[in-house]
Design a protein around this ligand. Sequence first.
Ligand SMILES: [Zn+2]
Length: 216
Amino acid sequence: MLWLFSPPRASVYLRRMDYLWTPWRYAYLVDADQAAKLGHKGVPPALAAWPGDCHCVFCNLIAATRFAVEHGMPAIDADRAANIVFRSQHSFICLNAFPYSSGHVMIVPYAHQDSLAYLESAAALEMMTLAQRTDAVLRQVYSPQGINLGMNLGQAAGAGIAEHLHMHVLPRWLGDSNFMTVISETRVLPETLEITWQRLHQEFNRFPVKPLRENE
Ligand SMILES: [Zn+2]
């Protein structure tokens, strides 16, 4: 916990690992609150015409985008509203609404499954193919010095959405463990989710899924 500037009136009170500049985050929280009131966990207002509720953020996203497209919304607009940057046969890739760094994405199977062991083999194998693709895309778009890639299975392991497994992939830089992070557990994010979506959607969809390299 830390007070910045001169407390109390002009100060900003920061919780552990909070965000300093996130203009999109307020909008997301408002959207999430509205969606929660409507019973659509994770569904943005642009897709809120969908009348159902799967009680799962990822399943709701997919169902709401499908409903929107079936009722005339262009597929790219539905995916933009849902922060989905790429769709494959068994999984889709979407932005993390609370990114650790710009370019933080999640690879999510369409199947509502909390266990990697019970995920259909074809879907599990495709997740690794998509992880390779994500590695290539993030390196192309962000030129990071490293990439974090991993899954948190179960609430005790840190999963925010434990009921539907997903793989996090995010670019890293030596400087991102910077002064602000060290002293105040604060991340400073340099671009909005809208910009991130535009950059990653374009790059993810630039090439066919396979091969990433012709000689492999
Ligand atoms: Zn689900």
